[in-house]
Design a protein around this ligand. Sequence first.
Ligand code: FE
Ligand code: CA
Length: 522
Amino acid sequence: MGNEFGLADPGRRRILTGMAVGGALALLSPCARAAGAEYPFTLGVASGDPLPDGFVIWTRLAPVSGLAPGRKVAVRWSVAKDEAMRQVVQRGDGVAHGGFAHSVHVEVSGLEPGRPYWYRFEALGAQSPIGRSRTAPAAGSLAPARFGFASCSHLELGYFSAYRHLAAEQVDLVFFLGDYIYENSFAPGSPKIVRAHSVSEASDLAGYRSRYAQYKSDPDLQALHASAPCVATWDDHEVQNDYANRWSQDAGVSPQAFLQRRAGAYQAFYEHMPLRRSSLPRGPNMRVYRRLDFGQLARFHVLDGRQYRSEQPCILANGSHRGHIAAPECADLLDPRRTLLGWEQEAWLRDGLARSASRWNIIAQDLLVAPLLQRAPDTQALGHWTDGWDGYGATRQRMLNAIDQTQARNPVFWGGDIHSFWTTDLHVDSQNPASKVVATEFVGTSVTSDGPPYDAFKAILPLNPHVKFFDSRQRGYVSVTLSEREMETRFQVISERRDPQATVSTLSRFVVEAGRAGAQQV
Ligand code: FE
Ligand code: CA
């Protein structure tokens, strides 16, 4: 990675100094520091959750020597109008607390709408790389914009070339739709491992922190964060595979014990993402669902598909809460007393759709929304996957009713989790493919994670006529150009996940016209 994404060359960074005594704040001083100092910004920088007048800037000081866990460290930050950081428009001092893994979250405000800015941190006598961010457009703006979204980056399975190529597109805003880390690891010696996790399974705060530190050290991930602001939500692997609310996938784990694990996982998520104070974790709870307006062009409804769920549906006889294909007769699948989003979030979404004055309403979340009749791999019996929206059909139906009844303009769902590309029509009655189409859905493939078996899924598509496109054979991301009139979506694929220099190409391209739900392949 060179400087093509605006990253400062660490070799050229100015070495400042400042070593605190005792528990006092480390202060920057102009004196040169002794050679051989460890660089504290090896986890990169990021920005996110843009408003018309600002955004959050983030970094985390790496655990270099002398950075005791309890120590507070002074951090200086600056935001400039130019890439070379000559026209600084804002600066300030912050503190990196050991209690939050020496992460830094600064909510910058007072900036101009709809333009790029560059930012940098200084601490422990060193300067961070420079990141590029961007404010959201002014409230009434209908200027076209470009977005990208990605999900499911298991570090052991390959390199993050998808992130590198998305970084090169320099979009206005990047969405991470879940499985940004994987808590689990492959068995040591597995031929699938391209680079091993440093901790085998993350299950407490220390484990999740070390997992994020390893992912954040990846140069392609750093390049993506340095290229554009982001909005992140989570799926299951930020905590544990297939968990739901306070229930582990594993039989015999008490909700109380699982909530303790969740508290560590959520705190680590907060510590490593450019989130606002409104997302500060409180014990095992953390607010991640939120709305962002992008001028009048788009309103993003960012969902949390994990924290508030009813217990997993159709639990197996052995007590396992793992996702599986359940027979359509399982009453849980459509039980109206069950919820995927939680009652509060369901009401919040409906309200946000009803009040939206935006041309496009984009629901950014973690899962495939469309129903999918599929076959159990062992018995070939037809059924539905319990861990996704199909396991919580009543919430999906209430959401589609809300879209229909509120007349929110141009609803489009973005999702991940299923490690494959999908374009679907969402019908107002999700059980009836003859009912009208009320929304369009695009799901992106994984950055590296294994895709589901292509032939087996191809074979069930005739049973699912609302599916307009499916492919699970390649890894990549999704790139979107949005204007008042249309949304253009490109499914981008990389040549080979095991190749750190993988190239990129476009697998497929779709257009959604404003005023008409449903995608057309172009
Ligand atoms: Fe995944
Ligand atoms: Ca997942």
